[in-house]
Design a protein around this ligand. Structure first.
Ligand SMILES: *[C@@H]1O[C@H](CO)[C@@H](O)[C@H](O)[C@H]1NC(C)=O
Ligand SMILES: *[C@@H]1O[C@H](CO)[C@@H](O)[C@H](O)[C@H]1NC(C)=O
Ligand SMILES: *[C@@H]1O[C@H](CO)[C@@H](O)[C@H](O)[C@H]1NC(C)=O
Ligand SMILES: *[C@@H]1O[C@H](CO)[C@@H](O)[C@H](O)[C@H]1NC(C)=O
Ligand SMILES: [Zn+2]
Length: 690
């Protein structure tokens, strides 16, 4: 069924390929990594942007709406759009009040996890909200919303009526809550013992290291064996999460089917309103891959040399995948902890604003104030008193609390908070700007109907703060703050050092994010059975990231649970999409702020800061204010002038680094890539348990 529309899209696609061939960074239109992910029938890469559905005719509307096995409601075709709008306004107030209470309870229990009362209070509100959702569903379901002319109203109804867990029978719903509660509880309370360097057995009281402690230990140690110990101990500590996961997947699929989706994978992807989201992500990954491979090959050589004295027993090879712990991160998600090993020009002054902050006596509060100041400079509102009163920006001693940095919208249009166990480091400085991006997005769309108070798509939210962090990270801005000495320049060897450091956070995680989400997509779609969960995990990690586990893994382990987003069922591909968007936003806003000009080498993209540009700020705010009331393509267009994800800005940003890496790897005759790329090869870590 190749309609005119498809032919047109194919033509557009071929044209795009022609353009790509001319670009400097990419040479492989459809490369090896993508091969298994070609579109099953067309064997082509293409994206059909889902045209936003036009209103239906009354005759096209189903007469009955059915939810699970408990609700069957007759649609009343006589209800008008005006009545529907009134209904939306009425429920908004009730809905916000309940969400507010529930979120406060969630906050309370998250910041005091040992308290049984708080946990019970939270779960009571979860149940209340579930009941309310059902009620809301019942009341909304009688409206013939598909026939309404106003797209915004249709979106609000769709958001109420499509997708919720409420479609489940009570018993299954309860089971789902129990399983997910248990999985996140195991994750947040799992602890391990410290490494006993001198053969001294650690005492029981010391065995309290949580995930964030382990991340810190792993990033600090340069002892090959110690790193390995921490990596393995954490992976072993969360194994039990795997006991609940297969049933969890079954229930998610039940939810999807009750909502008219073929499976949970399709349901999760539908939130992006993009056809073939997974293929689109793979296509973009393919554009970034040449850069990633160069980084990988460069890092592998440097690490091999670095650990040569320390008996890595040939585990860091000349042409293979990299054992994860040497990247000094549990997942290989960020490699900035090995920057000192990788630094291209060590003779230049160090980029370490953490040390500079310590020297200047920065506190956690001061770091947040800097962030607030930046947003104000582009015309955003200053943070409210409630923010400062209610946020928790340091770990509370002696309290069992979740420490993963998060930004909270308490849904009453005035309370927004951050919970973060901030440390005085460069990473956390960036994280603060990231979390503040969430807060400002919440603030910008707070006036919308609750159902439309969300990111334009789930990727947008993660891109806002990072876009600002890009500006903050520029040499000129850091120098203005006194966090970087005047010796630093924005070009030449200096720029290579800076770009490498930046890429260790902003490029190396793209294949990691994609492998995590691809794993979940495959699992949710039923392509992978529980007995193969762990093996598939490592296949994908190897395939996309070029990494291997640091210790022998078994099919009975459940290594996906080592990352917060699996036990907590938080989506993850949004970080991938956000990454691409961040570079798109940064480039476009820099052009608006007149701080980037592709034809002017004195204004490189990587050193642009939009600080103080009210024009860029306004453009950004106009996009944020839309929330999810319109398709994300409309929002994107406001800032970038285009309606699609685009990998070009990321390649523009790193162009000097890419060219340097190609030369450097060639100089040492490094093999670029890693062996056994294809997912069909035999993976030793998938061995049967012995
Ligand atoms: C819903 O109720 C109507 C009216 O009683 C009935 O005709 C219809 O078959 C029911 N639909 C389902 C799916 O139960
Ligand atoms: C749709 O309804 C919303 C909410 O009342 C309103 O703000 C918007 O202007 C309407 N859009 C159109 C195109 O009429
Ligand atoms: C710590 O040391 C003791 C005594 O030498 C040893 O039995 C134990 O296995 C060590 N633990 C770890 C985690 O290395
Ligand atoms: C790389 O290979 C070339 C050609 O075989 C050789 O001349 C050169 O010495 C090699 N360089 C290194 C660093 O091994
Ligand atoms: Zn975030």
């Amino acid at each position: 069924m190749m309609g005119e529309y498809n032919l047109l899209m194919l033509a557009v696609f071929l044209f795009a390929v022609l353009i790509c061939v001319n670009s400097d960074v990419d040479h492989q239109p459809v490369n090896f990594y993508l091969e298994p992910y070609l579109h099953p029938t067309t064997k082509q890469w293409k994206q059909l942007e889902k045209p936003y559905p036009t209103p239906r005719k009354p005759s096209q509307v189903k007469k009955f709406r059915v939810m699970g096995d408990h609700l069957n409601i007759t649609v009343d075709l006589s209800l008008t759009e005006t009545e529907a709008l009134k209904f939306l306004q009425d429920i908004d107030h009730e809905d916000r009040e309940l969400i507010h209470k529930k979120t406060v309870a969630a906050w309370d229990q998250d910041t005091d996890m040992a308290s049984k009362e708080k946990r019970i209070a939270y779960f009571e509100l979860v149940e209340k909200r579930t009941a309310f959702n059902r009620e809301m569903w019942k009341r909304a379901a009688i409206y013939p919303w598909e026939t309404f002319r106003n797209r915004t109203i249709r979106r609000a109804f769709k958001s109420i009526l499509v997708g919720g867990n409420e479609a489940l029978p009570d018993k299954t719903q309860q089971e789902l809550n129990e399983i997910s509660g248990k999985m996140s509880y195991i994750y947040s309370t799992a602890t391990i013992c410290p490494y006993n360097k001198d053969g001294v057995q650690p005492s029981k009281e010391d065995c309290t290291l949580t995930q964030s402690d382990i991340e810190a230990k792993l990033s600090e140690t340069d002892d090959y064996k110690e790193g390995k110990y921490y990596w393995k101990a954490w992976h072993d500590a969360v194994r039990d999460i795997g006991k609940g996961y297969p049933r969890f997947v079954e229930i998610l699929n039940e939810v999807a089917i009750l909502n008219d989706y073929p499976d949970a994978q399709e349901y999760y992807m539908s939130q992006y309103e993009t056809d073939f989201l997974n293929l689109r992500a793979h296509e973009i990954m393919g554009r970034i891959f040449p850069l990633y491979e160069q980084l990988h090959a460069y890092a592998r050589r440097k690490l091999r040399e670095h650990f040569e004295g320390q008996e890595h027993e040939g585990e860091i090879t000349v042409d293979g995948a990299i054992p994860l712990h040497v990247l000094k991160n549990l997942y290989g998600q960020r490699w900035d902890a090995i920057y000192d090993i990788l630094v291209p020009y060590p003779e230049l002054p160090r980029i370490d604003i953490g040390a500079e902050m310590e020297r200047l006596g920065y506190t956690q509060k001061k770091m947040f104030e800097d962030g607030d100041q930046f947003y104000q400079s582009i015309g955003f509102d200053k943070l409210r008193k409630e923010f400062w009163d209610d946020s928790i920006i340091e770990r509370i001693p002696g309290r069992e609390m979740a420490c993963h940095a998060t930004a909270w919208d308490l849904s009453d249009r005035k309370s927004f908070r951050i919970r973060m166990c901030t440390q005085i480091t460069m990473n956390d400085y960036r994280t603060i700007h990231h979390e503040l991006g969430h807060i400002h997005y919440y603030m910008q769309y707070a006036d919308r109907h609750k159902q439309l108070a969300a990111g334009a798509n789930p990727g947008f939210h993660e891109a806002i703060g990072d876009t600002i962090a890009f500006s903050v990270n520029s040499v000129s801005h850091l120098q203005k703050l006194g966090l970087l000495s005047k010796e630093h320049k924005n070009h030449g060897k200096h720029a290579i050092n800076q770009l490498l450091l930046h890429a260790l956070s902003f490029v190396v995680d793209t294949p990691w994010v994609l492998s995590l989400e691809q794993w979940r997509w495959d699992v949710l779609a039923g392509k992978i059975l529980p007995k193969d969960y762990n093996c598939h995990w490592w296949k994908l990690r190897h395939h996309f990231q070029g990494v291997t586990p640091s210790a022998k893994r078994k099919p009975t382990d459940f290594d996906p649970a080592t990352k917060y987003h699996i036990p907590n069922d938080a989506q993850y591909i949004n970080y991938f999409i956000a990454k691409i968007l961040t570079f798109q936003f940064h480039e476009a806003l820099c052009i608006t702020a007149k701080q980037y000009d592709p034809d002017d080498p004195s204004k490189p993209l990587h050193d642009c800061s939009i600080y103080g540009s009210k024009e860029a700020g306004k453009q950004f705010a106009d996009m944020l204010r839309i929330g999810s009331s319109a398709p994300w393509q409309d929002a994107l267009e406001i800032v970038t002038g285009v309606r699609d994800l685009n990998a070009e800005p990321i390649l523009d940003y790193y162009k000097p680094l890419y060219e340097w890496l190609v030369k450097e790897n060639a100089k040492y005759n490094e093999t670029v890539g890693w062996q056994n790329l294809h997912p069909d090869v035999d993976y030793s870590f998938c061995e049967k348990e012995d």
